[in-house]
Design a protein around this ligand. Structure first.
Ligand SMILES: *Cc1c(COP(=O)(O)O)cnc(C)c1O
Length: 356
C-alpha cells in the first residue's frame, strides 16, 4: 500500500523523513538498547532528548530570553481552562470569537472569571476575522491565530499595549514566523503541525507565572510545571521525542521562514485555482484566508460528496469539511509536500471539466 496525501485537519501528516527516523529508532534508540517509549522520564538518556527538544523549539521559533517552554497534556482544550485559571487573576479577559475553538475557549474561561467578548463573527458563520474593541484593564487578550474549521487567519495581530496577548496557535504554529516577544503566552496542541496527538506546547512569559487560582490542578499550573521542567508527573515522553524530530526536520528545511514561503506558495496554488474555477468557491473572506486550512464548496452538497469520494479514490484523502460546516477543507500543514497540493489542484481541474 502506498502512502496517500492526507489532507486531514488533525491528527495530520507528519514529515516522511521523521516517520522513517522514528521507525529506524523504534526498537533501539541510539546505543541505549531500548525504545524511547520504554525509557524512564527521569533517565539521563530521556532528559537529553527532552532538553534538546526544548532547545530546538526555542531555536526554530525564535523564543527570546524570559520565556518558559512547557510540554503538557490534555490538548488545547485543557489549556482553554488552564489559561483562565493561571492568568485571569480575579479580573476579566478579552476574547475574540473568531471560530469554533475560539468560542470553546471563551465558554471554558467563563467558569473561572469574567469573559468579555471583544468581537465576534459568529453571526457570519465565522467567514472572517471580526472587528474588535479591547478593554484597557483586561488581564489578557485571547485570540486564535488560525481558525482550523473555517479556514481563516489573523493577518495582523492586535495591538494590546501592556495587556498580555494570549494565542491559541494549534493549527499554525511553526508554519509562519511570529515575533514571540509580542505574546504573553502561546499554546498549541501538537497534532496539527508538530507531532502526534497528546502533547500541548505552552510558551509563556515568566513574569506571568505564579498567579494561578488556588483551585488550579497541579498539572495545569504553569508555574509548578515550569519549576519542574514539565515533569511534575510523567509527560508524554514519546510524543515529545517525535516533536523534537520534527523541530530538527524544520531546521533541515531552512527553518520556519523557509517553510512559510512554501506554505504561501502551497496555499496560493489552491486559492488561485478556486478563484478562477467555474465549480468551486472559497468560503472564507479573501483578506482573512488561512494558509493551513483551505475551505471551499461547490454549492451542491451532493456534488461535494461526489468530489470527496472521487478524491479519496485518487489517494487524496480527508478533504471533507468539518461536520458543522460541510463542503471541503484541504489542510496543508508543514508536512504536506507541494506535490500533494499540485495533485489536488490537478484533480480539481479534472473534476471540474467532467462536472461543470
Ligand atoms: C484542534 C484545535 C483545538 C483542539 O485541540 P485539542 O488538542 O483536541 O484539544 C483547539 N484550537 C485550535 C485552533 C485547533 O485547531
Amino acid at each position: 500500500m502506498e502512502r496517500v496525501y492526507n489532507f486531514a485537519p488533525g491528527p495530520s501528516m507528519l514529515p516522511l523523513p521523521v516517520l522513517e527516523e522514528v521507525q529506524r529508532d523504534l526498537l533501539c534508540y541510539g546505543n541505549t538498547g531500548m525504545s524511547v517509549m520504554e525509557m524512564s522520564h527521569r533517565s539521563k538518556m530521556y532528559l537529553d532528548i527532552f532538553q534538546e527538544t526544548v532547545a530546538d523549539l526555542k531555536d526554530v521559533m525564535g523564543i527570546p530570553e524570559g520565556y518558559k517552554v512547557l510540554f503538557l497534556q490534555g490538548g488545547a482544550t485543557a489549556m482553554f481552562a488552564a489559561v483562565a485559571m493561571n492568568l485571569m487573576r480575579g479580573g476579566k479577559a478579552d476574547y475574540v470569537d473568531s471560530g469554533n475553538f475560539a468560542h470553546n475557549a471563551l465558554v471554558e474561561a467563563k467558569k473561572y472569571g469574567e469573559v468579555v467578548v471583544a468581537g465576534s463573527s459568529r453571526e457570519d458563520n465565522y467567514t472572517h476575522i471580526p472587528a474588535y474593541t479591547l478593554s484597557p484593564d483586561a488581564s489578557y487578550v485571547h485570540i486564535t491565530t488560525n481558525n482550523t474549521i473555517y479556514g481563516t487567519r489573523w493577518s495582523k495581530l492586535p495591538e494590546t499595549g501592556s495587556v498580555p496577548l494570549v494565542a491559541d496557535m494549534s493549527s499554525n504554529i511553526l508554519s509562519e514566523v511570529y515575533d514571540v516577544s509580542k505574546f504573553g503566552l502561546i499554546y498549541a496542541g501538537a497534532q496539527k503541525n508538530v507531532a502526534p496527538a497528546g502533547v500541548v506546547i505552552v510558551v509563556v512569559r515568566e513574569d506571568l507565572l505564579g498567579n494561578a487560582m488556588p483551585i488550579t490542578p497541579k498539572v495545569m499550573n504553569f508555574k509548578e510545571m515550569a519549576d519542574k521542567d514539565s515533569m511534575l508527573n510523567t509527560p508524554n515522553c514519546f510524543g515529545i521525542y517525535i516533536a523534537g524530530r520534527v523541530f530538527k526536520w524544520i531546521k533541515a528545511q531552512g527553518g520556519v521562514a523557509e517553510l512559510e514561503k512554501i506554505n504561501i506558495e502551497k496555499a496560493s496554488l489552491l486559492y488561485d485555482f478556486i478563484d478562477n474555477s467555474r465549480l468551486f468557491k472559497g468560503t472564507a473572506v479573501r483578506e482573512d484566508r488561512s494558509r493551513m486550512n483551505v475551505t471551499f464548496v461547490t454549492g451542491d452538497p451532493d456534488m461535494d460528496a461526489k468530489f470527496c469520494k472521487e478524491a479519496t479514490a485518487k489517494g487524496l484523502v480527508n478533504v471533507k469539511g468539518h461536520r458543522i460546516v460541510g463542503g471541503m477543507r484541504a489542510s496543508i500543514y508543514n508536512a504536506m509536500p507541494i506535490e500533494g497540493v499540485r495533485a489536488l489542484v490537478s484533480f480539481m481541474k479534472e473534476f471540474e471539466q467532467a462536472n461543470a
